[in-house]
Design a binder for this molecule. Structure first.
Ligand SMILES: Nc1nc2c(c(=O)[nH]1)N[C@H]1C(S)=C(S)[C@@H](COP(=O)(O)O)O[C@H]1N2
Ligand SMILES: [Mo]
Length: 532
């Protein structure tokens, strides 16, 4: 009895240990696959790496509500979370395939090969796909991974037999370890080399940005009025530094474009003189410089996805007029301008808005520097008054004049509105939600924005009390946000602070709550604080 049970324990221990080896073989195969894919992507095209293309394909297919949830929950870490999620799934599958391969070597290896197909399908489905070459990283990675699993599983599973000696059930541990070590070293070198190649590819772009001297604007921005920036701790700075400026896009790998080879094509309906511009062509034109507040349609009431910068750029309306474009109100046939970026993103703006006299521009500078790569280097579009997703194309490379009937750009295909002017919003920056300010005088302060209309009034309400006028900081322009503050005599207890603004047309910000989808959030921002 005793001996049976102990042999059973030995057996299950052996089984477990073997399963662990199988799992390890699976992990190493997965690691090898990704490292080899990285190396090939470094040689072919960094954006064609399997995690990048699968992640991109997932983003493209994510329903708007889920995307909104991801932005809300993970903020600007949403892409990292997505990539970690993909890696997590890959690890689980690799472990399972490894265990499977102990018994069914061929099947396990074939399972790894399937990922080459998944990666290829994802790569080819991306809007910026460079064609069949984009399948190379996934296919090469999958092949290397399958081979690794086949070899390692063989070593892990094979009992150490010698001629004339009965199989002992002890596998070839040393053989496995040697193979595993060689695999690890080889895969790690492939990965490092791949990273290096990817980095080197971006160097031309980095150098072209470093070497770019921005011309002086023909029309400089007026100085920000001294009174536009309140001296209140906790309020958002009037000008958002580039490093703090929110970033929202679908790019898992930030495009690094060499300014020297960059081109912008302008063509389409009603374009009498289609033309392709170089950066030098654009910089030779008279530039304007303007303070503009950019806002994302995914910004919740009270949310962080809005910021103000001093932008330098080429007036877009003049450039379009030169090309022969007329707005619909002047008889032009195209009512939609579709901007396309190097990563295949498409954004559509009303031609009427772009040409109605506002400072729509092809921006090259942001707060005195060339655009950061994250914000669209070398050139992005900006149209004051419109949410980013219908106007602010980063890494722009193509402008096509068309109609709203003829073409739905990326976000519109995903149920967002075709037209999306920015809604009036007010945000309380201080005190923070659930803050505990001391009783007595508490300065409540924040920002309000209604681009193109400007802010003429901000009111604050404590609990269910009357609306009180806040003090307005100086207004820079109708296209920028405006700071406000309110001195509140706070009594101990829990309090709700609510704010609302009135825009330049006299319209009071609506109380009606709307979600971000389809055309931007509305409603009043309020924070709850406890005065101890
Ligand atoms: N190429 C490209 N441009 C893009 C996007 C994108 O995903 N890809 N996102 C748009 C959205 S939704 C917004 S709100 C703004 C954000 O610009 P920022 O990241 O510089 O703040 O860029 C717009 N331009
Ligand atoms: Mo956005």
């Amino acid at each position: 009895m005793r001996s049976v049970s102990s042999s059973r324990t030995t057996l299950s221990r052996t089984t477990l240990a073997r399963a662990a080896l199988g799992a390890l073989a699976g992990l190493l195969a997965g690691f090898t696959a990704l490292a080899v894919a990285e190396l090939v992507a470094g040689l072919v095209r960094p954006a064609a790496g399997p995690v990048t293309v699968v992640g991109g394909a997932v983003i493209d297919r994510t329903p708007a509500a889920v995307k909104d949830f991801a932005i809300r929950t993970f903020g600007e870490n949403d892409k990292t979370v997505l990539q970690l999620g993909i890696l997590g799934v890959l690890v689980l599958i690799a472990l399972a395939l490894g265990v499977l391969a102990l018994r069914y070597r061929r099947t396990g290896a074939a399972g790894v090969l399937l990922f080459g197909i998944v990666g290829t399908a994802a790569a080819l489905s991306r809007p910026d796909s460079a064609g069949i070459a984009d399948s190379l990283p996934s296919c090469a990675g999958a092949a290397a991974g399958a081979l690794t699993l086949y070899v390692l599983a063989g070593r892990a599973a094979r009992p150490a037999t010698a001629p004339g000696v009965q199989a002992t059930g002890v596998w070839n541990r040393r053989g496995f370890l040697v193979a595993a070590a060689v695999t690890t070293a080889g895969a790690a070198s492939a990965g490092v080399l791949g990273r290096y190649l990817t980095g080197r590819r971006g160097q031309g772009a980095v150098a072209s940005r470093g070497g770019l001297t921005l011309p002086r604007p023909a029309s400089p921005a007026p100085a920000v009025p001294a009174g536009a920036q309140l001296k209140v701790a906790g309020v958002s700075p009037f000008t958002t530094p580039n490093r703090d400026f929110y970033r929202v896009d679908t790019a898992l790998v930030v495009p690094k474009i060499d300014a020297g080879t960059w081109r912008l094509r302008v063509h389409g309906k009603g374009v009498a003189r289609p033309r392709t511009y170089t950066l030098a062509d654009l910089l030779a034109r008279p530039l304007i410089e303007r303070d503009i507040t950019l806002t994302c349609v995914s910004n919740e009431v009270g949310g962080p996805y809005t910021g103000t910068a001093r932008w330098l750029g080429v007036p877009l309306a003049a450039l379009l007029r030169e090309a022969g474009v007329r707005p619909p109100s002047k008889g032009g046939g195209a009512d939609q301008l579709v901007a396309r970026s190097v990563d295949g993103m498409t954004l559509g703006s009303p031609v009427e808005d772009v040409m109605d006299g506002r400072d729509a521009m092809l921006a090259v500078g942001m707060n005195g520097a060339p655009l950061p790569f994250e914000h669209g280097f070398p050139v992005r579009m900006l149209v004051p008054g419109l949410y980013g997703y219908v106007s602010a194309c980063k890494w722009i490379t193509d402008i096509e004049l068309t109609t709203f009937d003829a073409y739905d750009p990326y976000w519109v295909k995903r149920k967002w509105a075709r037209r999306a002017p920015i809604k009036t919003q007010t945000r309380i920056d201080t005190p923070k939600p659930f803050g505990r300010p001391d009783s007595g005088t508490v300065t409540v302060a924040g920002v309000a924005w209604a681009q193109r209309r400007g802010i003429t009034r901000v009111e604050v309400r404590i609990d269910e009390g009357p609306w009180q006028d806040a003090d307005l900081a100086a207004q820079d322009s109708v296209d920028t946000w405006r700071q406000w503050s309110y001195r509140w005599n706070a009594a101990p207890g829990g309090h709700n602070i609510t704010v609302r603004a009135t825009d330049g047309s006299g319209a009071v910000q609506t109380e009606e709550r709307a979600r971000t989808i389809p055309d931007g959030a509305s409603g009043w921002h309020s924070v709850f604080v406890t005065v101890p």
